[in-house]
Design a protein around this ligand. Structure first.
Ligand code: ZN
Length: 143
């Protein structure tokens, strides 16, 4: 749904006739649109930038469409798995955090969501049998 920009962001709901204030609940500064949420928002941009740094990718974050078509992480096939698994985990945790903020009033700390993404990505990497990289993943989790 995220890749197809089919999430029920405020701008999408407005096009379907819902009338509501449009303010991003994560940064409180700009209107919530799909492009803003992934990753123009200062909050989600910090999350994704931290994950890029964790993956030792030294470039600024891009928008989701550009990130989904990014295939030049350098190195091995394993690094591509790491990148795409981490991107999927980031998108999922951003959506989850946004929904919990809207519907439950919960606001997760930035470091908590980043650590959750790292944990989920590391577990998924290990599940697809990349045991040779276990030490790298564990080192990254401890960074
Ligand atoms: Zn925002």
């Amino acid at each position: 749904m995220v890749a197809q920009q089919a999430l029920s962001t405020v701008d999408n709901l407005k096009t379907r006739g819902f009338h509501m204030a449009n303010r991003c609940c994560l940064c409180q500064h700009q209107e919530e649109t799909h492009v803003h949420l992934f990753f123009n928002c200062s909050y989600t941009n910090q999350v994704w930038s931290s994950i890029l740094q964790w993956m030792k990718i030294s470039r600024p974050s891009k928008n989701l469409k550009q990130e989904l078509s990014y295939f030049d992480v350098g190195g091995t096939k394993w690094r591509m798995y790491w990148f795409h698994i981490s991107l999927a985990a980031t998108v999922y945790q951003v959506c989850l955090g946004r929904n919990r903020h809207i519907f439950r009033g919960e606001c997760k700390r930035l470091d908590a969501i980043i650590n959750k993404i790292k944990f989920v990505a590391a577990i998924r990497i290990l599940m697809i049998n990349h045991r040779a990289r276990l030490s790298l993943v564990l080192d990254a989790l401890n960074s």
